[in-house]
Structures are given as C-alpha cells and as structure tokens.
Write a protein that binds this ligand. Structure first.
Ligand SMILES: *Cc1c(COP(=O)(O)O)cnc(C)c1O
Length: 387
C-alpha cells in the first residue's frame, strides 16, 4: 500500500485547536470568567417550527409500510430540485432543468468532491485568506495552486490572475472577510473564464445574507456564466441546517460537466437523507421563508451592532453588511495572534485569528454575528473600555 503522498503537503490546520488550547489555558487561570465567544462559524438560532414538523412527519412516514422509503435518488428527489429552481432561480429569471441541480448533504463535501472531475494537471486559483476546504482538496489531488491575495488595498476582492488559470474558486459573500462582489465585478470574472476557458467554482453559501440590490445572489445572474461556472449552495447558513445537512450544486449542461458529476455521484454518493430533503423543501413554504428570514434578520442586526460598535471603539472593520462576518484590522500593528490574546486577556472575548485562513489574513481577526446577542453587547463595552 502506497499512501497519497500529497497528504504530507497539507498545511497544518490547527487553527481551532490552537484557539481551544489558548482559551483552555486562560480558563484554567480564570475559572470564574464568562468568555464572550465571538469567533463562532456556526449558526445558533433554532430552526423554524414548520421545518422541524416536516422532519417529524418524514420520520413518521418511514415507520409505516405504505409510506416507507428506501434509497433516495443520488441527485436528490425531483420535488426538491424543482422547488429549488422554482423558489431560488425562477424569481431571478434564471432557468435550469431539474437534472442540472444535484442535492447533497452540504457544500463542504461538494466543494471537496468536485475535485474528482478534474485532471491533476489543472492550475487552480484560490483566494487568500480562504475557507480551507478548497486548498486542501486541491493539494490532496496534487494540483498547482496560485493564491489570489485579498487585501485592504484591493478591498478584499482578488485581482484577475495575470496568467491563465484552469479552475478558480470564488466565495462571495466571503468567509472570512465578509467581502462581496458587485454584478460588474463578477462579470469581469465570467469574462476572464470565457476568455481563458477556465471553470469558476462559485461558493454561494452566504448569499442569504445579501441585502444590497447590486450584489448578485448567484453567478448565473451574469450572462454567459452557465458555460463557465458551477455553483455550490448550502442550507447550512441560510436556514440553520449545519446539523440537518443539506446543500446543492448547480452543474449547467453548458459546462459539459453534468454527465460526469452525475456519474461521480452515482458511484460515490448514495443520496441525501429523506428527512433532510423534506426539511429543505419546508424552507420554501411561506412559513419556512418567514422563519428563516427572521433568523437571518436577527444575525444581520447583530452584525450591524458589531460593525458600528467596533468602529466606535476606533477599530478598522470590513464586511458585515452583506455577510455574517466582520473582518477587523488589528490595531497598533499587532499580528492576528497578538490581537487575539489582547482580546482574550483584557476583554474575555474569543475571536478567530485571520492568519488561520491564510497568510494574507495576517493582521486581522474575524468576528461572527452568529454570537450570542448579549455577549456581543458586553464585548463591545469591554473593547471600548479596555483595549
Ligand atoms: C459554512 C460554509 C459552507 C457550508 O458548508 P456545509 O457543508 O454546507 O455546512 C460552505 N462554504 C463556506 C465558505 C462556508 O463558510
């Protein structure tokens, strides 16, 4: 047995482990302090009742001979794929066939698995800082990676690559910077991909947090994108499904990838849980939409409290308007970990050091609007007084 040697090239992602160690060390010295956890990358609001009811009903169906179900279709039930098209794409005047939509257990797996479709000789471009899954999947496959710096100077929007790139990962609204692309900016990427025959893998996990009208929710709002882009969606952040697990990928026929992805999924994936698919379907009901939008509004209110509060405290902050994350420049020339330590020791605030998302994240920390509201208010008071 010979191991995949590329695993030894993976960067050590000890970020959350390192945060844990430092928090534990602080706790050991200050056992009575309540920590204000502002680094949370996971949703915290409960699911709307109508979604839970749909899951209970789906589970009940499995208890009866007449309504029992076995394996689900590998690409998801057509009623869910059609509901996704009807509720998400048709209102944007974007038209897909149900066979171009693939239901999955979530975007994390899809973003890694899409790598199966491409030769190892492809040259890949990934934003820096970034969600780590894109980098890791391509290192495992032995591909050459060019990092696209996202800095204050370019407003955390990468410049178009100077050389031809085969596969480009874009994530907007962005985790961790909270940056977004306007329609005109996204159009430049679609044109780049058309010109260079590249493929864009567009991660739209945070589209539900967009409120500005000039920010596209889908890359397919740009003409010509269906030839050059696949789009990855998740119910995790939009509907609070991080434990339920459900997402989908759009693979337009025009990309030529649809038969390959179908083949890949039929071989390596045996379908998303029936209960999760019914839960996803329930997000599109009137009551479901009302419930999930209430939760998103709640997070967005927290985000604007954070954004304004940090700004009032004299900090330089980005993102947070069309995204749940706020990207905060460390004051006094501190690096990410120094800022993290000051926040922890002086304010009992736990943040996420930006350098953990890539070298270009150095000098920043990420604050999350998924944090508890009263903890946010206390954090802001302490940051103003003590930092
Ligand atoms: C949370 C997140 C996802 C969603 O992952 P799931 O596997 O669907 O829970 C995708 N992309 C980014 C950038 C994320 O932060």
């Amino acid at each position: 047995m010979i191991l995949n040697s590329h695993f030894s090239e993976l960067p050590a992602h000890y970020l959350f482990h390192d945060i844990d160690l430092r928090v534990k060390a602080y706790k050991a010295q200050h056992p009575d302090e309540h920590l204000l956890r502002m680094g949370i990358g996971d949703v915290t609001r409960p699911l709307p009742r109508v979604i839970v009811d749909a899951m209970q009903q789906a589970a009940e169906e499995l208890a009866h001979e007449e309504t029992f179900r076995g394996y689900c279709p590998e690409n998801g039930y057509e009623w869910l794929r059609q509901a996704i098209i009807d509720h998400f794409f048709i209102p944007k005047n974007i038209h897909f066939q149900p066979d171009e939509v693939f239901v999955s257990e979530g975007a994390g797996s899809d973003l890694g698995n899409l790598s199966d479709l491409f030769d190892s000789n492809n040259h890949v471009a990934i934003m820096d800082p970034t969600y780590p899954a894109y980098v890791d999947a391509n290192i495992m496959a032995g591909r050459k990676i060019t990092l696209l710096p996202c800095l204050k100077e370019n407003h955390f929007v990468p410049d178009l690559p100077a050389q031809p790139i085969d596969i480009i990962y874009l994530c907007f609204p962005n985790n961790p910077t909270g940056a977004v692309l306007t329609r005109d900016q996204l159009r430049l990427w679609v044109e780049y991909a058309q010109h260079n025959h590249s493929l864009i893998i567009f991660d739209a996990a945070y589209e539900a947090f967009i409120s500005s009208p000039d920010i596209p929710h889908s890359i397919y709002e740009i003409e010509g994108a269906r030839e050059v882009a696949v789009e990855v969606h998740s119910f995790s952040k939009s509907a609070g499904f991080t434990s339920v697990r459900c997402g989908f990928v759009v693979v337009p026929f025009e990309t030529g990838l649809q038969p390959l992805w179908m083949r890949r999924q039929c071989t390596k994936y045996n379908g998303t849980a029936y209960v999760s698919q019914r839960a996803a379907e329930a997000t599109f009901t009137t009551e479901g939409q009302k419930g999930i939008h209430e939760n998103i509004r709640y997070y967005k209110t927290t985000a604007s409290l954070l954004l304004n509060g940090l700004r009032d405290a004299g900090l330089e902050v980005y993102g947070g308007e069309n995204a749940p994350y706020i990207w905060c420049n460390a004051p006094n020339g501190w690096d990410s970990w120094t800022f993290f330590e000051h926040l922890l020791h002086r304010c009992q605030v736990v943040s996420t050091p930006g350098v953990g998302f890539g070298q270009c994240g150095e000098g920043f920390v990420r604050f999350s609007s998924f944090a508890n509201r009263s903890d946010v208010i206390t954090s802001l008071q302490r940051i103003k007084e003590r930092l």
